[in-house]
Design a binder for this molecule. Structure first.
Ligand code: ZN
Ligand code: ZN
Length: 387
């Protein structure tokens, strides 16, 4: 492993210094393609945009195992002083996708070196635009055939996390991450004078009732045993202190962990917004953004095998992850093949690695990278063996 560690860190630092935003990962994907080709494998580029797919063939028959890394950075100005700091103002690898790329390239190096012992085939999925909300890169990659030819039997993805201690893997069977649904509620009233509200239809008053009533969806309409969050995160209306405006606009998000609750919750949000507005003579138009990420569901049988494989990696610990209200478009790959999405902690107070992902002060303990590479390589090696 020693021989690869310094190369993995070098790659990570290089990518960290030139971060690229969603669907603009041009230099990153060219770099990834070069590295994969240098390992002697066929490479497809421009898969679903800026995606790259490499394929490593083992010497024995077996399963096709896909390993995925996302490649995009965030519109954040880096606030960490490291020699390989972002050279692009306002853009930073603040979610750690730079480490995902380097760890997956590290796994490719390990597997290519041990190709003689490898069963099946390993597909390396380098995905654009995980941070792009519903327009994330997993979907176009799948539509572009990334999970076929050869058809993927198992798929695995690894995310680094600043909230867990360094060298700790966390994993959970079943629903792991939420489905995020974004809504917009336009409440239409009738403008008038602030002193004569009875002659107008006040959309601000109706909007305030809707915001309050929506919390009743959580406490009174959805089964309390189902995780569910509804948050109104923006309200816009009005221009002056004595003018009742015509309209109010609310925007927010709901988070759910299964498709049934998701459908129910969306229907209730619509119902409550419409009926409460109607009670005060206003009209609500409720829209949900289409094509949001599905729930990330880890296959229970595969995941219990993953746990036993991770537990064998010396120098690390494996614990059960909590359910996370955030979302991931790795969920789309999991709809195509059974697999597991898991985390590797990087929090290390001694090295000043304390901030969470997406923070401008996000700093990674690079000692964990080799373990990430090893874990991906081990999963490909073990799941590649014929069933
Ligand atoms: Zn992120
Ligand atoms: Zn991320």
């Amino acid at each position: 492993m020693k021989e690869f560690e310094s190369e993995i860190i070098k790659i990570r630092r290089k990518i960290h210094s030139y971060p690229e935003l969603s669907y603009k990962e041009y230099e990153t994907s060219a770099f990834v393609a070069r590295k994969l080709r240098a390992l002697g494998m066929p490479v497809r580029t421009r898969v679903g945009g800026t995606g790259v797919v490499g394929l490593l063939k083992g010497t024995r028959p077996g399963n096709v195992v896909a390993l995925r890394a996302d490649m995009d950075a965030l519109p954040v100005t880096e606030n960490v002083d490291v020699p390989f700091k972002s050279t692009r103002p306002g853009i930073m690898h603040a979610c750690g996708h730079d480490t995902h790329i380097s760890m997956l390239l590290g796994a490719a190096m390990i597997l290519a070196k041990h190709r003689q012992d490898l069963s099946g085939q390993v597909k390396f999925l380098f995905q654009p635009a995980e941070e792009a909300g519903g327009r994330g890169g997993a979907k176009p990659m799948i539509e572009d055939g990334a999970m076929n030819n050869p058809k993927v039997d198992y798929v695995f993805g690894l995310h680094i996390t600043g909230t867990e201690s360094s060298k700790v893997f966390s994993v959970r069977p079943g629903p792991l991450m939420a489905a995020p649904d974004t809504f917009r509620i336009r409440i239409m009233g009738k403008g008038g004078h602030g002193s004569e509200p009875h002659t107008a239809v006040d959309p601000i008053f109706a909007a305030a009732q809707v915001v309050t009533a929506l919390q009743g969806v959580t406490s009174r309409l959805i089964d309390q045993r189902e995780p569910f969050v509804v948050s109104v995160c923006s309200i816009h209306s009005g221009t002056k202190d004595n003018v009742i405006p015509d309209e109010a606009m609310l925007e927010g998000t709901i988070r759910t962990f299964n498709e049934k609750t998701r459908t129910k919750a969306k229907n209730y949000v619509r119902h409550v917004a419409e009926c409460v507005s109607k009670a005060f003579k206003a009209r609500a138009l409720v829209e949900f953004k289409q094509d949001e990420y599905p729930v990330t569901v880890n296959d229970p049988a595969v995941t219990s095998r993953v746990v036993s494989i991770l537990r064998k990696i010396r120098g690390t610990r494996t614990i059960e992850s909590k359910q996370i209200m955030g979302a991931e478009d790795f969920s789309r790959f999991l709809q195509k093949a059974p697999g597991t999405f898991y985390f590797l902690g990087t929090k290390n107070p001694k090295k000043g690695c304390l901030s969470t992902n997406h923070s401008s002060e996000f700093k990674v303990d690079e000692d964990v990278l080799k373990y990430g590479s090893l874990s991906l390589a081990d999963l490909a090696y073990e799941f590649g063996k014929p069933n």
